[in-house]
Design a protein around this ligand. Structure first.
Ligand code: DGL
Length: 262
């Protein structure tokens, strides 16, 4: 099966990486909207338009299902995409439910980090209210991480100071989970792990999203990893440029290293 994966940029490679570990028999089309990244500070109308352009492109190029590997695009566009397009569309939202289910201590909180659009969006607020987790959940927008990731600036002093400064707004000892509510944030798990106290576990939504793809489409798991059947697109143009393909493969290797950090 041909599966499309769409993100504003190279954050969604974390979902592709997870998918490759379980679905190596399938073909993937990865769409990074590099012309328009970052989405997290754009208007809802712009994000809606960009998301339609990307998902339609993937369908026109043979995708039989699409994963929106972007919490921001999911927050704004998933309902409309599903209503207007004909293939199964799997969205992605911050794994607050997973944190909620895993939490064994009612007095400890969950910190969700995401883009400003996701943090301020009604979808995340509704999820938290439905889980009855309003008092247990704090939200923090970290927009600069998206630019750092796109520029391949991962574990520099600059990044660490930004994270330390932003996270110092909270007493981290009162938390048991940090939820990565933006796929770009997976690149920073090592720096986050360094800064967070050991009692705080990091949770991402990659495994949950790929498991949903598998169950919704009744796919068979084939765990042998291969990267031979992937095409990459930057805002509607196939990527052939060697230095860009090298960048993508460097990023996939980094994400594979980050995968085990929790
Ligand atoms: N990777 C995206 C997400 O999961 C969005 C990043 C951005 O473009 O601002 O939210």
């Amino acid at each position: 099966m041909k599966i499309g994966i769409f993100d504003s940029g190279l954050g969604g490679l974390s979902v592709l990486n997870e998918a490759l570990s379980k679905l190596s028999e399938h073909e993937f089309l990865y769409y990074a909207d590099v012309k328009n990244v970052p989405y997290g500070q754009k208007s809802r109308d712009e994000i809606l338009k960009f998301s339609f352009d990307a998902v339609k492109f993937l369908i026109e190029n043979g995708a039989e299902a699409v994963v929106v590997a972007c919490n921001t695009a999911t927050s704004v566009a998933i309902k409309d995409l599903r209503a207007k397009l004909s293939v199964p569309i799997i969205g992605m939202e911050p794994a607050v439910k997973k944190a909620h289910d895993l939490s064994r201590n009612d007095t400890l909180k969950t910190l969700v980090i995401a883009t400003p659009v996701t943090v301020n969006g009604a979808k995340l607020k509704k999820l938290i209210v439905n889980l009855n987790a309003k008092d247990k959940t704090e939200l923090l927008a970290l927009p600069r991480l998206v630019n750092f990731a796109e520029d391949e600036e991962f574990d520099t002093q600059n990044v660490k100071s930004y994270l330390k400064n932003e996270l110092s707004k909270f007493d981290l000892n009162k938390f048991d989970f940090l939820v990565l509510g933006c796929t770009h944030f997976n690149y920073f798990k090592d720096s986050l792990r360094e800064i967070l106290p050991p009692n705080v576990n990091i949770i991402d939504g990659n495994e949950g999203t790929v498991n949903r793809l598998i169950s919704e489409l009744s796919l068979e798991i084939s765990p042998q990893k291969s990267t031979s059947k992937i095409k990459f697109f930057y805002s509607g143009k196939e990527v052939f440029n060697k230095s860009e393909l090298d960048k993508i493969s460097r990023n996939l290797s980094r994400l594979e290293k980050m995968r085990e950090i929790c």
